[in-house]
Design a protein around this ligand. Structure first.
Ligand SMILES: [Zn+2]
Ligand SMILES: [Zn+2]
Length: 724
C-alpha cells in the first residue's frame, strides 16, 4: 500500500510505502513515523492507495502511533480546503493548528534475521535508534536489512513502591516505613515516605538500598485544573440567530453556555486569558484547550469527548463532529495567526462548520464589520458614562486640568483609576525643537522611542530591540532642546506622580509589570498601562478610566482602525463586572463616531457604517485582499522583485484591470514599516470581489528573483502600530 503522509512542515503530502511487516491496515488520520531527511518525523496519513508500479523506489514508513485516527476525515478535508484558501501547503496548516502533533518517540531498530553484516553483530537485538548514526540507519534502510519499531513515549513520573518481602529481620522503624508504603501503595519521594511514616530519611534509604522498596516509572495522568469560580447559569435562547451582541461579559458567557447546552459544541476564544477566565465560570463538564497547556497535556486531551470544549484555534482540528461552533469576540485581532500560514481562526471556524454541517454563532459585545449584516439579537449593552475632554480647548499636556481634577478625586473617595496609553516607554517620539530632526532605527526605518531611565534616557526600537543613549545635542543642527510627542506609559505615569504626589501610581506594559496586588485588594491608586492591562482583572474599586490621548488608538493608515477603536472603547465599558466607571477621553476628535456610539449606548451603528464605507471603497469584506511582501537586505533587490511581479500581474490581469469595480492591483510601495530588522520590504496588494480570481493570479506568479516573497492573506493590521 502507498500512503500519502502530511508532515507538520511547509510541504504538501509525501508518498511512502506502508510500514513493513506491520499487521494493521493503514487508515487515513493515523499518525505515522516516517524517515525524513536524516531523521524520523511524525506525520498524519491523509490518503491510502494501492501501490503502483515504480513505487518500489519509495521508502517505507516506520510505524503507526495510534489505535484510533488522530484526525478524522472531515478534518483532513478541512486541511486541504483551508490550505487552498491561504495559498499555503497543507503541512503548514497542520503545523500551525497542531504544533503538538509530534510526541517524543521510543524508536528501536535491529537487523532483520539473516542479514549478513558481520561488522554490526551488536544490532541483532533491539537497540535504541538514538544511539546509532543516522547515516548508517539510512544505509541499512536502503539496503532493506533494518527492522524498526516505534511508539509514542508517554510522559512518566517516578514513584517509590514496595518491591518484595523482607528476607531478614528489619528494625521496628524500617518495618513501620515499609508498612506505611504498603498501605499508601506509593510515595512520591523518600522524604515524603519518611514524613508519612514518622521516621528519619535514613530509614527509608536503608529500605531502598536493601531492595525492599524501589523506583518505578508510571504514566503521568494529565488533567487541566478544575474551574476556580462558581459556575454560571446557562441562558438558553430559543431559535438563536447567528449573531448575538451587547450584554456584559458574564451575561455573554451565560448565553454561550446556553448555546452549548445541547452538547457537541466548540466555543472558540481569541486569547488564552479570556478562555481561562471563561473556563473558571463555565458550568461543568467542559474542557479547556489552548496553546498555554503543555504539549503532553494537549495530546492527552485531544481524544477526550466532553460535551463542550473551550478552545483556542488549536482545538479546531480535534476529531469531533461538532453540532455547534460558537465564536467569541469574532472581531479580535488575536484570531489572526502571526506567522506560518497567517490564517484567520474565525474564517477557519467558518470553514470547519461548513464542512461539518454545524451551526455557527458569533457572540460579542460589538459585532465585527464582517458579520454585522447577519440576523442578530441585541442584549442591553453595559451602561456607559463618558466624558470627552476636547484637547483643542483644554490646556495641559499630557494631562489636562480636567484630567488632573478627576485623578485627584480617586484617592479622596478610596477609589481606583486605570489610565490607558497606546505606547510604552517615555514618549512615542523625540524630536529636535529647532530643526525637527528625529532619531530613526538603523535597522528598521522606524522612529526610535524615548525611554527615560537615568538622566539622559535611551532610544529604543520597539520592533527589533536596538537601543542607544539619547543624544545630548541634535546630531543635525546641534540644537540642545528636544520635544516629546505621543505620550507613552512612563511619561504619563511620571506626570501623574508629579501632579499628585500622594497618589500610588503603578505601571503595566510588556516591558514593565508592577505588582498590582494592592489594587486588587482594593487599595486606592492609579495604574498606567498599555492594552496589556485589559488582560488583567479589573481593580474592584475602579471608578475612572482615562485615555490621555485617545487618537493614539486610531492610526490613520489602517482601514480597520475605526472599527478597532470602537471595539476598544466598548471593551473599557465592559471592563468591570458590575460597575460603570467614568470613561474620560482626552481627544482632538470628541465627536468621532466611535465616541458618540459609546455615549449613546450603540454597539452596532459603527460597524454598520463601516460596512457601507468599505463597500464603497473596496475594502474587505466587499473584496478579498492579499498582501505580497517582497523583502531583501538590498533595497534595490526587494524593489525590483516587487516591480517584476507588478508587471507580470498587469499583463496577467489584462482586461480585468478595466472592468474591475476596484483597482485590483495596488503598489508596489514601500511597506508602512519600510525596513524591518535590516530587511527592506515592499508591498503589492491584490484585491478582488471574487476570491477565486486571486487564486488564479497567484498560482501563475513566477517566484521572485533574489528577494523573499511572503503572502499575507486577509491582512488585519500593520505590525508595530499598537503596542502592548
Ligand atoms: Zn536639530
Ligand atoms: Zn529596529
Amino acid at each position: 500500500m502507498r500512503l500519502s503522509v502530511l508532515l507538520p512542515l511547509p510541504l504538501g503530502p509525501l508518498s511512502y510505502l506502508a510500514p513493513e511487516g506491520c499487521a494493521r491496515a493503514p487508515a487515513p488520520g493515523l499518525r505515522v513515523a516516517v524517515p525524513f531527511r536524516k531523521g524520523v518525523r511524525v506525520g498524519v496519513v491523509v490518503g491510502v492507495e494501492d501501490a503502483a508500479e515504480g513505487d518500489f523506489a519509495l521508502r517505507h514508513a516506520i510505524g503507526y502511533l495510534d489505535e484510533e485516527p488522530f484526525l478524522d476525515e472531515a478534518g483532513i478535508a478541512f486541511l486541504g480546503r483551508a490550505a487552498a484558501h491561504y495559498f499555503t501547503p497543507a503541512g503548514q496548516l497542520l503545523a500551525d493548528l497542531v504544533p503538538f502533533l509530534e510526541p517524543p518517540l521510543r524508536h528501536e531498530v535491529r537487523l532483520v534475521d539473516g542479514a549478513a553484516r558481520p561488522d554490526l553483530t551488536g544490532l541483532t537485538l533491539w537497540r535504541d535508534a538514538a544511539e546509532l548514526d543516522p547515516a548508517l540507519l539510512d544505509e541499512l534502510r536502503e539496503g532493506g536489512v533494518l527492522e524498526e519499531r516505534v511508539r509514542e513515549q508517554k510522559p512518566t513520573r517516578k514513584t517509590l513502591v514496595p518491591l518484595r518481602e523482607p528476607t531478614e529481620k528489619l528494625t521496628p522503624k524500617q518495618q513501620a516505613a515499609l508498612e506505611t508504603l504498603r498501605a499508601l501503595g506509593e510515595a512520591e519521594s523518600q522524604t515524603a515516605l519518611a514524613a508519612a511514616a514518622g521516621v528519619g530519611p535514613g530509614v527509608v534509604r536503608a529500605l531502598v538500598e536493601k531492595g525492599y522498596a524501589g523506583w518505578r516509572e508510571v504514566e503521568l495522568e494529565l488533567a487541566p485544573p478544575a474551574p476556580a469560580g462558581p459556575a454560571l447559569e446557562p441562558l438558553p435562547v430559543p431559535e438563536p440567530p447567528p449573531r448575538i451582541n451587547g450584554g456584559r461579559w458574564a451575561e455573554r458567557l451565560q448565553l454561550a453556555a446556553g448555546l452549548a447546552s445541547e452538547g457537541e459544541t466548540l466555543v472558540l476564544f481569541p486569547e488564552r486569558y479570556v478562555l481561562e477566565r471563561a473556563y473558571d465560570r463555565w458550568p461543568p463538564p467542559a474542557l479547556p484547550f489552548h496553546g498555554g497547556q503543555s504539549p503532553e497535556l494537549r495530546r492527552a486531551l485531544w481524544r477526550e469527548k466532553p460535551p463542550v470544549v473551550l478552545g483556542s484555534y488549536q482545538a479546531l482540528l480535534m476529531p469531533r463532529r461538532w453540532r455547534r461552533i460558537v465564536v467569541m469576540d469574532e472581531g479580535s485581532d488575536s484570531y489572526k495567526l502571526a506567522s506560518g500560514s497567517r490564517a484567520h481562526a474565525v474564517h477557519l471556524a467558518e470553514l470547519r462548520a461548513e464542512l461539518l454541517g454545524a451551526e455557527l454563532y458569533y457572540l460579542s459585545l460589538t459585532p465585527a464589520v464582517e458579520v454585522v449584516e447577519k440576523p442578530g439579537l441585541l442584549v442591553r449593552p453595559p451602561r456607559t458614562r463618558v466624558l470627552p475632554i476636547d484637547l483643542r480647548r483644554e490646556r495641559g499636556w499630557p494631562l489636562s486640568g480636567r484630567a488632573v481634577e478627576l485623578l485627584a478625586q480617586v484617592p479622596e473617595k478610596g477609589r481606583q483609576a486605570l489610565v490607558l496609553v497606546a505606547r510604552r516607554g517615555y514618549s512615542g517620539r523625540l524630536f529636535c525643537k529647532s530643526c525637527d530632526w528625529q532619531p530613526i532605527c538603523p535597522n528598521c526605518d522606524l522612529p526610535l522611542r524615548f525611554h527615560k531611565p537615568g538622566r539622559r534616557g535611551r532610544l529604543v526600537c520597539h520592533q527589533c530591540g536596538h537601543s542607544e543613549p539619547a543624544p545630548e545635542v541634535c546630531p543635525a543642527c546641534g540644537g540642545e532642546v528636544f520635544g516629546y510627542s505621543g505620550p507613552g506609559v512612563q511619561w504619563v505615569a511620571e506626570e501623574i506622580q508629579r501632579r499628585l504626589p500622594e497618589l500610588p501610581v503603578y505601571q503595566y506594559s510588556a516591558e514593565r509589570k508592577d505588582d498590582l496586588t494592592p489594587l486588587q485588594r482594593g487599595e486606592p491608586g492609579a495604574v498606567v498601562g498599555t492594552t496589556a492591562l485589559l488582560r488583567t482583572p479589573a481593580p474592584p474599586e475602579l471608578a475612572l478610566i482615562l485615555l490621555p490621548y485617545a487618537e493614539g488608538f486610531l492610526p490613520a493608515s489602517d482601514f480597520r482602525a475605526p472599527e478597532r477603536y470602537h471595539r476598544l472603547l466598548w471593551q473599557l465599558a465592559d471592563l468591570h463586572p458590575t460597575r460603570s466607571p467614568l470613561i474620560a477621553l482626552q481627544t482632538f476628535e470628541p465627536d468621532h463616531p466611535a465616541v458618540e456610539a459609546l455615549i449613546e449606548g450603540d454597539v452596532t451603528g459603527v460597524p454598520e457604517t463601516e460596512l457601507v464605507l468599505r463597500r464603497m471603497l473596496g475594502y474587505p469584506p466587499a473584496v478579498r485582499m492579499v498582501v505580497l511582501e517582497f523583502s531583501h537586505r538590498q533595497e534595490a533587490t526587494a524593489r525590483a522583485a516587487a516591480m517584476d511581479a507588478a508587471e507580470f500581474l498587469q499583463k496577467r490581469l489584462g482586461d480585468y484591470l478595466e472592468t474591475a469595480p476596484f483597482a485590483p492591483l495596488l503598489g508596489p510601495a514601500p511597506a508602512p514599516v519600510p525596513r524591518i530588522r535590516g530587511r527592506y520590504v515592499f508591498h503589492l496588494i491584490l484585491r478582488a470581489p471574487e476570491p477565486d480570481l486571486l487564486r488564479d493570479w497567484l498560482s501563475d506568479l513566477p517566484p521572485p528573483k533574489g528577494a523573499r516573497l511572503r503572502l499575507d492573506p486577509d491582512p488585519v493590521g500593520f505590525v508595530g502600530l499598537l503596542e502592548d
